[in-house]
Design a protein around this ligand. Sequence first.
Ligand code: ZN
Ligand code: ZN
Length: 418
Amino acid sequence: MTDTLWTGLDQLTENLEILYRDLHRHPELPLQEHRTAERVAQTLDMLGYDVTEHVGGTGVVGILRNGEGPVVMLRSELDALPVQEKTGLPYASTARAVGPDGRDTPVMHACGHDMHITCLIGAATLLAQATDAWSGTLMLVFQPAEELACGARDMVDDGLFDRFPTPDIVLGQHIVPYPAGTIAYGSGTVMAAMDAANVVLHGRGGHGSSPESTIDPVLMAAHVITRLQGIVAREVAASERAVVTVGRLQAGTKDNIIPDTAELGVNVRSFSAATRSTVRQAIERIIQSEADASGAPKPPEVEWTIEAPATENDPEATATTIAALTAHFGDECVTEVPPVSASEDVGVFGTACGAPTVFWFLGCLDPADCAAAAQGAGLKSQLTNHSPHFAPLIRPTLPAGIQALVTAAMTWLGRQSS
Ligand code: ZN
Ligand code: ZN
């Protein structure tokens, strides 16, 4: 790869640290990424990209046409999470916002999407500076609402691949709790499918001293939760994998009042279509049956609110891309890993446009913490994505992420003969 591509990377990283800290201080909830999208759009515009805002809500698309050649799509997310930041960093977020439930909530870039944005802006800068090194079309996609698993779908439904060129390859990365400066990857299924349901169980409230005159939705919820844990243990084959988590349980206001309803938030991870269907059907069956067993006055409500497919890395495209990343970073910095139970909606893009997807993981933590974990101490939960303590090292994560995106893009863009 031509060395001129990396000209000014140090200075660029220094400038982008300011952008990163600014984005980190100003996180926005999914579907509310207005300020973030505007900053991205302004920056791409200054770099000479053809910028379109408000694609599928707050999504931003930047196109750089540079002669004949493949269309290479690079993707980042824009959104943050309802988490109270506890990192103690000088640029920690104190932001608050009103969530979809109408409640005021703290907001934090606890999944690292601010790092993804900054890395992609960095790659956009280097590639725009070096147009004599490649030919083709760069398509940068900054999507909203990854954390709700609906942003990619919203952009596709808003005509992403009708209004803009159709990519020949979809590339993206996500920071993970591995040593900063390293890359991890998988081939085939790399991340789980995710489904989430809001469940309302109906009972009949009354005085806590007279349960015989009520139908207790709290007890009903307890049975549902316990029984749901039997799905993976008893209905999923040992050769398959799935996760069923009840992450939310809300009922009642006081110890001596039996409430009318109980609500559950159920989250499912699976890797194959067959297991996904088995688990979802079992969840609905158990909820209905437990409501019947309690003599519920009304059928339970099960609303599937998130349905994201598994992330599939095209094996051939992955091998080609990883070979380039390995040549750039060195063998010792690139590792193959098994599929992870986290989920993503990046796969929606490749499926919609018929292009292969290659999605890799970028380490972002102090290697000493990762080494301690490898020696059996276990990774402190505070170091993982979505934790209030999640604090990626800006260096070398940022320059490594920029180089990974540029290297991967250059693998697919046409080369100009000079
Ligand atoms: Zn996340
Ligand atoms: Zn994420």
